[in-house]
Write a protein that binds this ligand. Structure first.
Ligand SMILES: Cc1cc2nc3c(=O)[nH]c(=O)nc-3n(C[C@H](O)[C@H](O)[C@H](O)COP(=O)(O)O)c2cc1C
Length: 289
């Protein structure tokens, strides 16, 4: 049986379904027919979403989740531009938990973010337990400190042998410096990884596939921006992403499904400070063709 069916009593023959999906929809004797299965259908739902007469049903998807779109609700370009421009990475948070219903709503937007081939493969670990966060942060700092020491050792070796390109040496110096900074910050009683935010979100997915990083970054960005509309702020934590993927101890503590990688990490919470001005940025290099 086809995954998708057309109710011909309702169909007004607008053929938009045919336009949006040439893989499962065909024209036979001037009538649109559909033959959808795992060989052609990616479960994108575009056929149902575009149908002007509500004649299409997808039997593999929850039809209650296809909700009429009201055009009145669109925000203005100016408002949206300012909203995006005023986003800042926040690293100071109030000691205030995020209500569960708000967390649920944020998580719910993840599944509506685009994914390569509609793989819908993004998974999230939400960490709100203070002890767990501390443990992960400490493991990440330990990893960066060890990495820094190893880099320092290699750097001395290469320098004494007169080897290594300036770029290689600069990267090693940076890793060494970063390890030191992280260690010092922890010794001063800070959490240099998660900033004691009330929530850490780890976006992960199977390493199999082609667009895991894009999928996870798009999902975390979409969620982060939505979070801003309810008074929360966020920051990407690339250092933890790197530590998780490179340190078996961090990965073990995260306890992800086997074969999964970490592709985006954010901290989230109510900001302690309010930024009062937008900031300057270099103009984007563009080539118009
Ligand atoms: C991929 C990525 C990784 C980042 N990793 C970290 C991080 O590990 N720790 C941190 O404090 N900030 C991190 N940031 C935040 C950047 O430092 C920040 O975006 C940048 O300084 C610009 O500031 P703005 O976000 O306020 O415009 C990261 C940002 C991105 C996009």
């Amino acid at each position: 049986m086809s995954w998708v069916s057309i109710d011909y009593d309702k169909c007004n023959n607008c053929r938009k379904c045919l336009e949006v999906c040439r893989r499962c929809f065909f024209l036979e004797d001037e009538t649109v027919v559909v033959r959808a299965d795992e060989n052609c259908c990616s479960l994108c739902g575009h056929c149902v979403s575009i149908c002007s007469s509500g004649a299409i049903e997808h039997h593999m998807m929850d039809m209650n989740n296809f909700i009429d779109i009201s055009r009145d609700k669109l925000i203005t370009p100016d408002d949206f531009f300012e909203f995006l421009r005023q986003r800042r990475s926040h690293r100071h948070f109030k000691e205030q938990g995020i209500p569960k219903e708000d967390m649920d709503r944020l998580i719910d937007i993840v599944r509506y973010s685009p994914t390569g081939s509609n793989s819908q493969s993004v998974e999230v670990v939400v960490i709100q337990d203070v002890k767990k966060m501390e443990k992960l942060s400490n493991l990440a700092v330990d990893f960066m400190a060890d990495d820094g020491e190893e880099s320092a050792r290699r750097l001395q070796e290469l320098k004494s042998e007169g080897k290594g390109t300036p770029e290689e040496l600069a990267v090693m110096e940076m890793i060494e410096r970063y390890g030191e900074i992280m260690k010092q910050s922890r010794e001063m009683g800070n959490d240099p990884v998660f900033y004691r935010a009330p929530a850490v979100m780890v976006f992960h997915s199977s390493k199999e596939g082609r667009s895991q990083k894009d999928n996870c970054v798009i999902a975390s960005t979409t969620m982060g921006l939505l979070a801003r509309t309810i008074g929360l702020e966020y920051t990407y934590i690339g250092i933890f992403e790197a530590a998780a993927n490179e340190s078996p101890r961090v990965m073990e503590e995260l306890n992800l499904p086997k074969g999964h990688g970490v592709y985006s990490v954010i901290v989230l919470g109510y900001p302690k400070f309010k930024f009062l001005r937008t900031v300057d940025r270099k103009p984007t290099a563009v080539r118009w063709e």
